[in-house]
Design a protein around this ligand. Sequence first.
Ligand SMILES: Cc1cc2nc3c(=O)[nH]c(=O)nc-3n(C[C@H](O)[C@H](O)[C@H](O)COP(=O)(O)OP(=O)(O)OC[C@H]3O[C@@H](n4cnc5c(N)ncnc54)[C@H](O)[C@@H]3O)c2cc1C
Length: 397
Amino acid sequence: MAGIVDVAVVGAGVVGCSVAYYLAREGIKVALLEREAIGSGSSAHATGFISLLGTEFTPGPSFQFGLAGYHEFPSLVEELEEETGMDLLYQRRPSLRLALEESEEELIKDLMSWQKEHVAMHWITADDVHELEPRLTPSLRGAVYEDESAQLDSYRLNLALAAGAERKGAQTILREVTGLTSEGGRITGVQTRGGGISCGTVVIAAGLWSPPFQRDLGFPVPVGALKGERLLLKYDGDPLQVLISSPKRGHMISRLDGFLSVGSTGGRDYDKDQLYQGEDMDRLTTETARVEIMQRAIDVFPDLENATLVQQLAGSRPLSPDRKPIIGPVPGIEGVVLATGHTTKGIHLGPITAKAVTEYIQGGCKKVPTSIETFLPSRFAGLVQADFQTAGLDVEE
Ligand SMILES: Cc1cc2nc3c(=O)[nH]c(=O)nc-3n(C[C@H](O)[C@H](O)[C@H](O)COP(=O)(O)OP(=O)(O)OC[C@H]3O[C@@H](n4cnc5c(N)ncnc54)[C@H](O)[C@@H]3O)c2cc1C
């Protein structure tokens, strides 16, 4: 085991592996600790959609962070593919966010009123949509069209970041972190079942398993679990040329490996009366979700009646009470940085989170980068009980 390192990163999902990679790239000595396997958490189940159009990003710093996160990908993907020889199945494409119902049209147009100041987009009619993709349902009201979206395989991204970090000198240790060590108001290392590791800074990137660390930190780390399922289909027709989503029916993406991804359950069933929440990671796939996702997909693209199911995936998102990530130092205690609670956007925001965390650590943990001021853990000071129920129901996917 690495006895002394500069930084110990807890959790090898996309967020932790991004942090390890960005730090190691700067020559910082990193230990990346994982209790199960690399990419065994939420990150392996994600669609890998990098989109700015949904309700997740709000006007101001939140949207700017999303935009910066989107722009981080082209060079990162190129770098990782070159370094690891892996194909991340990254595709940059225009996207269509469809409205099948009046309420969806209202929601999309409402968001467009401020989003279009930052990303070129325009509303197109149902006829325009059918010109682009004639196979979509005739009962469409229209869509927003834009060309700042991408998608990749999140599991491959996770593995490539871990492999890239190792190549740059990071040490991966498959051990559960059981606690933090501290000395006079400063975190000085981590404890594992196989011994301790001393370090200058601990980064907690343990996704929905981050809350146990609040005991050693004496500060709230409010992260819940929001289950999501999606399907991979084999469809023999031509692949879709645009990335498709809609507020009530989720995404529909022809992946570069030939499968069509549809879903996800946005943490709840269609009638909003049942939250897919769990105490811990729930990887069990359900028939309810399978039937619901398939029906939604056929509503949008009727020819999917002829598609066959290849794989059903289930995972849980690390849900924060305001659905925004929790990134930065913890008030009142030095030597620790949180990078967790990314909810529905951990793949999109993993690399840009790592960039901010690296800048903060490289600067001697003195100045918080402006880009993460909105996401600081300090916003939860004094929180007694987080309302994950409301947060979960507000997720649109
Ligand atoms: C169906 C579905 C679709 C999604 N689609 C998208 C999408 O299209 N775009 C997007 O941006 N996001 C999407 N997400 C959300 C995304 O998956 C998450 O936000 C993201 O994966 C969170 O990454 P993470 O690294 O924080 O957590 P995780 O990937 O869960 O990683 C945390 C890791 O920490 C480890 N760990 C926990 N405790 C310890 C410990 N004590 N010691 C050592 N290791 C520990 C765990 O084993 C795990 O490997 C989706 C999620 C789901 C479920």
